[in-house]
Ligand binder design. Structure first.
Ligand code: MRU
Length: 358
């Protein structure tokens, strides 16, 4: 997708400098900085401090992280240790483990002089696949938006939470892909963007990328969605997911569950968009999903730019107060109207998911 009219992906391999390039998302929307990752430690750190984030992009970065490990030291022990360190860098998004496992499997019986070549090819393929999957999610989700538009004959208002946009994937996004496709087709859309405290991925990233693609959007405080739904100002919700259980339960950014409850109470369709790499076929119960708890400083401090355009961080809570920062919650399948995937729209249930993917 575009930034100031120029097409970008969120991650790519720079052959000339033998480095992985990323867009540093901790600086957006105020500064657009492209950064080099040169070691596996750089990749781990980028995932940990969320220079890259969003389930599919975390997966893509982990795949390239494996390439960087091999470039550093083509030694089976180091490669194995690096794969374990990468998996530990963030706990909730299943794409991370999925990508590392896929890379390790691909490399398992490759001879030593071929390892780097094979790894680089696989990381590129994995990212290309993600682009294709996200594009297909857009084509499939477009049908739902079109249907609403054909009935309403007016702008379709879509609410989204966090950033499940192109910045969270390699291109297109998951939740945003149907929106981009609708916009390209000339269907008038407007997006209610949940600010998404504490890190403000909605305000800082979703609104930013929608602006760059000239898609009308309005940032709202996280608690505003409910009243907008009661007023009939939301036609549908589309969110992303970090891990979808085989029973259709969806783990996504904290606050998603409350939006699903409000949507259910107001008969607003609630869709989740995901590539199949986000499905966890192993964990059966939502209580077993590892929910990331991040530093409470993400709540107690806030970042912005001052009058000189310099990024500043300030304390907003009482100095003595404690804060708790759970990063994800789980929305039970019963509140989900449908899962928009690369293969089509599935009911959020074991039978439907199995039928579509197994
Ligand atoms: O903590 P983040 O910013 O990595 O959380 C991202 C989300 O919750 C997204 O909705 C999810 O990863 C889906 S991305 C297509």
């Amino acid at each position: 997708m575009k930034i100031e009219g120029k097409e970008y992906r969120t991650i790519w391999f720079d052959e000339k400098n033998q480095a992985v390039k990323i867009i540093d998302q901790t600086k957006l929307p105020h500064q657009f900085i492209i950064k080099d990752l040169k070691t596996v430690k750089d990749a781990i750190n980028a995932i940990k401090i969320m220079e890259v984030r969003g389930a599919p992009l975390i997966g893509g970065t982990a795949a390239y992280g494996m390439v960087l490990a091999i470039m550093e030291k083509n030694d089976p022990n180091f490669i194995k240790q690096s794969s374990e360190d990468l998996i530990k860098s963030r706990p909730t998004a299943i794409n991370l483990k999925w990508a590392v496992d896929r890379m390790m499997k691909k490399l398992s019986d490759v001879n030593n002089n071929e390892v780097l070549k094979v790894a680089l090819k696989e990381a590129k393929t994995l990212c290309e696949e993600d682009v294709k999957f996200c594009e297909n999610i857009g084509i499939n989700g477009l049908k739902i938006i079109e249907e609403i538009y054909n009935k309403k004959k007016d702008t379709v208002n879509i609410l989204t939470h966090c950033n499940a946009g192109w910045l969270a994937t390699i291109n297109w996004g998951t939740a945003t892909s149907p929106i981009y496709h609708a916009h390209k087709k000339g269907i008038p859309v407007h997006v209610w963007v949940d600010e998404t405290r504490p890190r403000n991925q909605g305000a800082n990233l979703t609104s930013y990328e929608l602006n760059e693609e000239a898609i009308p959007n309005t940032i709202i405080a996280d608690n505003t969605g409910g009243i907008l739904m009661q007023r009939g100002e939301v036609d549908m919700c589309i969110v992303g997911t970090d891990r979808t259980l085989s029973n259709g339960d969806v783990c996504n950014k904290i606050g998603t569950y409350l939006k699903a409850l409000a949507a259910h109470d107001n008969n607003v369709p609630f869709y989740v968009a995901l590539p199949s790499s986000t499905i966890d076929w192993e964990i059966k119960e939502r209580k077993d999903i590892p929910i990331e708890e991040r530093n409470s400083e993400e709540l107690s401090h806030i970042e912005g730019v001052d009058e000189n355009n310099e990024i500043k961080k300030v304390l907003i809570y009482p100095k003595k107060s404690k804060a708790m920062n759970l990063a994800f919650d789980v929305t039970p399948a019963k509140y989900i109207t449908g899962l928009i995937t690369e293969n089509g729209i599935s009911e959020a249930s074991s039978d439907a998911l199995k039928k579509m993917f197994r």
